[in-house]
Structure formats: structure tokens, C-alpha cells
Design a protein around this ligand. Structure first.
Ligand SMILES: NC(=O)C1=CN([C@@H]2O[C@H](COP(=O)(O)OP(=O)(O)OC[C@H]3O[C@@H](n4cnc5c(N)ncnc54)[C@H](O)[C@@H]3O)[C@@H](O)[C@H]2O)C=CC1
Ligand SMILES: O=C([O-])CC(=O)C(=O)O
Length: 395
């Protein structure tokens, strides 16, 4: 009898423990749910997002034969917006609202992209605005990815492209300055992708005085990823095993892809890339020109510029900036020079950076050899010339 009672008591105790564990688990899950619900959506602006196809009229006499050939516009935008809506930019638990801006001519196509975003039923996507009104587009924006710009057309001089783009970036700077959410001014991120990326970012910085210089950056992460890709191909290792390449300077053919501090993971630990490749001649010549010319090579192959890899790099850039770079790893970002490594303060120049708590910091104290010094200075000179040209276009 006593034994039976003991068994009942033991069973009761087990049931109480099981019930408590289940209740505790339910409370935890409920709290996590509440946390998710409470996460405010982040508003991301993407300019130049229309994803439009325009017929090319090659020869006016044979206009019929030219129908069916198309040039895509808003290409990067069309690849980028679904990546943002899937959480590839801000993480799988961050709801987003996407604002898309394009020009009047692309309004119908822009609306088509909005329809597709709705049809894709992305769980994280809490709203879409498609507009040709820059003021509406900039309203309440936390993060801005600037793809919109005037592409170089046949027969146009560099100065013609520059004058169109700096005028666009000056106007958009004023709109962001006046209408972006206080976050964008106090804390958040502006990424300029449209070419000339560094100089467009410079103009944005100069004409949006309420946005701190630290919040305005340009994309050189694509070049950084291209450099990682070339090294991984050469060594026949996965790209994730290679780290800490650097892109110095301008997102142009004068950029300097530097592997002097890069490493590759091996079974026996990390090895310098220079030692693993053991071919300085290749690293100092073909590797550099391949990365510098990769954009042109893609255009030649696709008849269109890099869109998939540029969109992916834009996500990498913002994700690492907001969520932080992995320990021991740096990335390349075009940021406002503070004078580090002898680069004139104030220009937007690509440096190696680490990010923590939403702030980037330039990696300091890297040893710079003679070849690197010359290449870093040459790309800085080009940026100074672009700055002069941009200002001459504005006057
Ligand atoms: N930094 C980087 O690593 C890279 C930069 N790029 C540059 O990114 C930019 C975008 O590339 P794609 O999407 O291929 O070009 P795209 O020509 O396909 O698209 C540009 C879009 O901007 C729109 N646009 C023009 N003026 C505008 C304005 N005032 N406001 C808003 N939108 C405007 C156009 O209607 C078009 O939809 C180009 O300037 C390209 O050279 C491209 C690849 C890599
Ligand atoms: O020149 C372009 O439009 C393409 C470009 O920047 C790149 O692929 O790096």
C-alpha cells in the first residue's frame, strides 16, 4: 500500500516537472513571437529599380529588324529587391518596407516590379512603394541603395555622363537630406552603387549636410568579392576559405586589388595568399588587371553589366555594415577618407574596414610596400580629378 502511494507521488512529481517544462517552453516561444512582432520594419529605398526592357533602334533604315533586341534598365534593382525582401540584406528576422524610385519613362515597368513583389508573398515584406517622385521615395527611409543614374551611351564623353549623374545625385541628396527618417541622418546607411560610384557618393555627401559623412558609402564590395573569387579559382579552394583581400581607391579601372595581407585557410592553419600562390608575377599583373577589368568582361559576355553579382554585393555591404563583420575578417567599402594611409581626407575612397554595432572603422597599421603605395596614390589622383570635374559640371 505504502509502495503504491510512493509510486503515485513520484508519478505526480514527474507530471508536474513535465508540465512546468512545457509551460516554460511555451512562455519562451511566446516571448520570441512577441519580440518578432515588435521588430519594427526597416524602410529601404532602392533608386533605379524599374527592371525595364527598352527596344534598341540600331539603324533607323532597318527599324523592323531591330525590334526584338532589347537593353535592360534597372537591372541591378530587379535582382536586388527580391534579395532584400527575402532577408538577405538585413537578416531573416527583420521585416522590411521597400521604396522604389525610377524616372517617369519607367513608371509602368516600376509598377510591374511592385506587382511581382506582392505576388511573391514574401513573409518579411511589409509594404512596397513604387514612385517617380523623389520626395515620396525618400520619406521615412532608413537605408538607401542608390542604383539610379544615367548610363554612358555611345558617343558620350566622360564629362557628359558625369554632368548628368552629379546633377541627379545633387537633387537626390537634397531629398534625402529633407525627408529621410531621423535614423538615416543619425545612424543609418546610404550606399551608392551607380557609376561613377565614389564621386556620386561624394556629391551626395556634400549636398546632404544633415546626413553624417560616416553614413555615406559606395560599393566596392563587388570588386572585393571578385578578388576573392579569382584567388579561390587559382588555388582551387572554396571562396569562403580566402579572406582579407583589399580594394583600395576608386571603383574604376585604377582600383588597386591588394593581396598582401590576404590569407587562405589550410589543414595546418591560415597561410598568406602570396605564399600559397607562390607566383608574384601573376599576383602583380594578371590578377590585378582581371579584377580591374572584370566589369568590362561581364559587359562583353552578357552585353549587359553585372546585375546578379552587384545586387549580391550590395546585400553583403549593408549586411556586414549593420550586423557586423566576422571576427578576424575585413571587407572593402568606399568610405569618406579620414586621412588614413596618406589618402586626402574628405574623398570617398575604398579602404579595408571592419564593422561593429552599425559602425565601420578603417583597419589601421597595415604595412604598405612600394608597389602598393604607387597604385594607392594613382587611384587617389583619379578621384581628385573626378571631384574637380564633378564640381565643374555643377557650376
Ligand atoms: N559599384 C559597382 O560595383 C557597380 C556599379 N554599377 C552601376 O550601377 C548602376 C545601375 O546599374 P544597372 O542596374 O545595370 O543600370 P540600368 O541602366 O539597368 O538601370 C539604371 C536605372 O536608373 C534609372 N534612373 C535614371 N535616372 C534616374 C533618376 N534620376 N532617379 C531614379 N532612377 C533613375 C533608369 O531608369 C534605370 O531604371 C549603373 O550606374 C552601373 O554603372 C554596375 C555594376 C557594379
Ligand atoms: O561599368 C559598369 O556599369 C559595370 C561596373 O561598374 C562593374 O561591373 O563593376
Amino acid at each position: 500500500m505504502e509502495m503504491e502511494q510512493e509510486h503515485v507521488i513520484l508519478l505526480q512529481k514527474i507530471l508536474v516537472v513535465l508540465f512546468s517544462v512545457a509551460l516554460f517552453w511555451k512562455i519562451i516561444k511566446h516571448m520570441c513571437g512577441l519580440l518578432n512582432i515588435e521588430k519594427e520594419p526597416v524602410t529601404v529605398l532602392v533608386t533605379g529599380a524599374a527592371g525595364k526592357l527598352e527596344p534598341i533602334i540600331i539603324n533607323i533604315k532597318f527599324v523592323c529588324s531591330s525590334i526584338g533586341r532589347f537593353s535592360a534598365t534597372g537591372q541591378i534593382g530587379y535582382a536586388l529587391v527580391p534579395m532584400i525582401a527575402r532577408g538577405l540584406m538585413l537578416g531573416p528576422e527583420q521585416p522590411v518596407i521597400i521604396h522604389m524610385l525610377d524616372i517617369e519613362l519607367a513608371a509602368e515597368a516600376l509598377n510591374g516590379v511592385k506587382m511581382e513583389l506582392i505576388d511573391a508573398a514574401f513573409p518579411l515584406l511589409k509594404g512596397v512603394v513604387a514612385t517617380t517622385d523623389v520626395t515620396e521615395a525618400c520619406q521615412g527611409v532608413n537605408i538607401a541603395v542608390m542604383l539610379g543614374g544615367f548610363p554612358r551611351k555611345e558617343g558620350m564623353e566622360r564629362k557628359d555622363v558625369m554632368s548628368k549623374n552629379v546633377a541627379i545625385y545633387k537633387a537626390q541628396a537634397s531629398a534625402l537630406d529633407q525627408h529621410a527618417a531621423p535614423d538615416c541622418k543619425a545612424r543609418k546607411e546610404v550606399l551608392v552603387v551607380a557609376n561613377p560610384a565614389n564621386t556620386n557618393a561624394l556629391i551626395l555627401k556634400e549636398f546632404a549636410p544633415s546626413i553624417p559623412d560616416k553614413n555615406i558609402t559606395c560599393l566596392t564590395r563587388l570588386d572585393h568579392n571578385r578578388a576573392l573569387g579569382q584567388i579561390s579559382e587559382k588555388l582551387n579552394v572554396h571562396v569562403s576559405e580566402v579572406k582579407n583581400v583589399i580594394i583600395w581607391g576608386n571603383h574604376s579601372s585604377t582600383q588597386y586589388p591588394d593581396v598582401n595581407h590576404a590569407t587562405v585557410k589550410t589543414a595546418n592553419g591560415e597561410r598568406p595568399v602570396r605564399v600559397a600562390i607562390a607566383n608574384d608575377n601573376w599576383l602583380n599583373t594578371e590578377f590585378i588587371t582581371t579584377v580591374q577589368q572584370r566589369g568590362a568582361a561581364i559587359i562583353k559576355a552578357r552585353k549587359l553589366s553585372s546585375a546578379l553579382s552587384a545586387a549580391s554585393a550590395a546585400c553583403d555591404h549593408i549586411r556586414d555594415w549593420v550586423l557586423g563583420t566576422p571576427k578576424g575578417t575585413w571587407v572593402s567599402m568606399g568610405v569618406c577618407s579620414e586621412g588614413s594611409y596618406g589618402i586626402k581626407a574628405g574623398i570617398i575612397y575604398s579602404f579595408p574596414v571592419t564593422c561593429e554595432k552599425g559602425e565601420w572603422s578603417i583597419v589601421k597599421g597595415l604595412k604598405i610596400d612600394q608597389l602598393s603605395r604607387e597604385k594607392m596614390d594613382a587611384t587617389a589622383r583619379e578621384l581628385m580629378e573626378e571631384k574637380t570635374l564633378a564640381y565643374s559640371c555643377l557650376h
